[in-house]
Write a protein that binds this ligand. Structure first.
Ligand code: M6R
Length: 366
């Protein structure tokens, strides 16, 4: 059932091109320059009337939500708040009939996320969920659902569920942008064309597996890792750190790169590997200068990038290169090295990758 793979996690990492294609299937209306979400159940008028979006989730799904904020604010120009479900449910959140709350949950059974849904509904708001399990509690209680079609995820560490959540969020943000008039037909069509390229880009990203394993061998004995990213890559830094913690039991922290000098820089010495997400976008120079700051303190920089030039080479100890794609989709591509780095380190350390200690696949108690 592991299809020849050593672990479910690895199998699920490799299933991502297929999972992504399935999540996109039938949803891009190329001719109309629009997106079709079959179970959204909210008419255009209702969607247009929303003046705020709350995204509520736990763990990896919360990281997807943080990327969702960038997407919805950019493409639909609507204010977005992102909350951890166990915080949202207890803080008497501001929800009105014009608030759209988006719950993100692979299992659809996470207790705090379900409670967040009920809180938002109870206050008269509209509720949409992004779920991987059909007819799960969260899916059933929502006004509308955007299903991710990742297929069953067995590994406790979420991989394909996360990247398909990102894809679902792109589709949702496009839809919202079309309805609100902030995304024109042509832009939506262009984004659709890029989305269709994603599965192939992920296949190319997976070709870096052996190179990532080599880096894993060099750093498997580190006691701490720092992950840095800016903008829409900051949540991917958080996700990379969480993956490493969950399955290798190495302490890791994700930080917005610009925040490093406000504290975590004190941790840097020759024993600290720093994984830096470096997409070729307008943040690049800033991130490079963060890399210089790390190296000036003898930290080891592992750069994850789609542009391997002398500037990166001069400022990194290791460079891992991945295919480029439109910036909205780069978080999906750069999630792959986050998963594989954690996976290989865990395997080298001999931990139980699919069933890490103390963790459950679905957290149905608060
Ligand atoms: O099923 P959900 O997406 O609601 O689960 C949320 C978290 O429990 C989950 O993402 C958890 O953080 C994973 N172990 C991450 O790998």
């Amino acid at each position: 059932e592991k299809g020849g793979y050593r672990h479910f996690m690895l199998k699920e990492i490799y299933e991502q091109p297929r999972a992504m294609a399935d999540t996109l299937a039938g949803r891009i209306r190329e001719e109309a320059g629009d997106i079709y979400l079959e179970d959204l159940n909210l008419d255009d008028e209702t969607l247009r009337s929303m003046d705020k979006v709350n995204i509520v989730a736990c763990g990896t799904s919360w990281h997807a939500g943080l990327v969702g904020k960038f997407l919805a604010e950019k493409l639909a120009r609507v204010p977005v708040e992102v909350d951890i479900a166990s915080e949202f449910r207890y803080r008497d959140p501001i929800v009105t009939p014009r608030t759209l709350t988006v719950l993100i949950s692979q299992s659809g059974e996470t207790a705090d996320t379900l409670a967040g849904l009920r809180e938002a509904k109870g206050k008269g708001g509209k509720v949409v969920s992004i779920c991987n399990v059909v007819d799960s509690s969260i899916a059933r209680e929502s006004d509308g659902v955007i299903y991710t079609h990742a297929g069953p995820e067995i590994g406790v560490a979420s991989t394909k569920a996360f990247t398909t959540q990102l894809v679902a969020l792109v589709l949702f943000a496009c839809k919202l942008g079309r309805v609100r008039g902030t995304l024109d037909e042509n832009e939506c069509r262009l984004l659709g064309e890029e989305l269709v390229k994603l599965p192939r880009k992920i296949e190319e990203a997976l070709e870096q597996d052996a190179a990532i394993e080599e880096v894993a061998k060099l750093y498997m004995n580190a006691s701490d890792f720092l992950y840095l990213g800016r903008g829409n890559q900051y949540p991917i830094a958080l996700e990379g750190a969480l993956k490493l913690k969950e399955i290798s039991y190495i302490h890791a922290e994700g930080y917005p790169a610009g925040e490093m000098k406000h504290g975590p820089i004190a941790l840097i010495d020759e024993h600290l590997p720093v994984v830096v997400l470096l997409p070729n976008n307008e943040t690049r120079e800033k991130v490079i200068s963060n890399m210089q700051e790390v190296r000036a303190r003898a930290g080891q920089v592992i750069a994850i990038t789609d542009l391997d030039d002398s500037l990166v080479r001069d400022n990194a100890d290791h460079v891992l290169t991945f295919p480029g794609i439109r910036d909205e989709l780069m978080p999906v591509v750069l999630s792959v090295p986050m998963q594989l780095l954690a996976y290989h380190i865990a395997v080298l350390k001999g931990t139980d990758v699919d069933q890490p200690r103390n963790l459950a696949k679905s957290v149905t108690v608060e």
